[in-house]
Design a protein around this ligand. Structure first.
Ligand SMILES: O=C([O-])CC(=O)C(=O)O
Ligand SMILES: [Mg+2]
Length: 225
């Protein structure tokens, strides 16, 4: 019997904790802009916690749709600060996470969850402000049979995620920054944040140069009044 599809692997590389901390105050559009806008989840993930922010190392899980045995194992294995990222195939017929699991994860210092699937007991995530993004809710509970895998490459919302990627989530969705590029991307996003803050000031003063809009239209051959 080959074990591919039913494996539990350790997470061996994580981003620097100072980098994770910096990402708590950088919006996801700034991070995805600095990866050429191709790395990030498509629309459809909802934050069930009030603050909507999340950052940490990706502890990845791939489940059989509707089954959460491997998510339970991940909660027992992940380290404080990790984000459990579950590729549950976008399945919405069974919830694979609930309040008992939330409380276990919270107790262990796990930073939060990203679930490409459904959760239940969703009021508890809001009340405890415990970070969790998911595609929806249903009271229909999970099966606990496996198979599934831990710390293998996964995809969530059409975004590839490698174990140990720097995960950042907010009201606009979730982005996974590949570990080897994380420092560079975060620095570039911070420079973009400073540029956008200057733009906001120029808008308030009425001094923002808008000539690029007509120039772009003319270059494309558009007739202007
Ligand atoms: O039964 C489960 O595994 C999910 C659940 O509702 C909980 O954790 O409270
Ligand atoms: Mg429950």
């Amino acid at each position: 019997m080959v074990n591919y599809g039913f494996r539990v692997l350790p997470l061996t590389r994580r981003p620097d904790s100072s980098l994770i901390q910096q990402c708590m105050s950088i919006a996801t559009p700034l991070l995805s802009d600095n990866m050429h806008r191709v790395q990030g989840t498509i629309a459809g993930f909802v934050p069930y916690h009030r603050s909507a922010k999340l950052a940490g190392a990706a502890f990845t899980v791939r489940t059989r749709p509707g089954d959460n045995l491997m998510v339970h194992k991940a909660i027992d294995m992940a380290e404080p600060g990790d984000v459990i990222v579950v590729d549950a195939c976008g399945e919405l017929s069974q919830a694979i996470l609930g309040e008992i699991m939330l409380r276990l994860a919270e107790k262990r210092g796990i930073a939060g969850f990203v679930i490409d699937g459904a959760i239940r007991d969703s009021a508890a995530f809001r009340e405890r402000d415990y970070p969790c993004f998911a595609r929806g809710t249903t009271h229909r509970g999970p099966y606990k049979e496996g198979p599934g895998e831990i710390n293998v490459p996964v995809t969530i919302g059409r975004m590839p995620v490698m174990p140990g990627d720097l995960i950042v989530g907010d009201e606009d969705g979730i982005v996974a920054i590949p570990l080897d590029y994380a420092a560079e991307v975060v620095q570039a996003a911070q420079r973009q944040l400073a540029r956008e803050q200057r733009t906001f000031e120029e808008i308030a003063e009425g001094s923002l140069d808008r000539s690029w809009v007509d120039e772009a239209l003319k270059r494309k051959g558009c007739e202007l009044p």
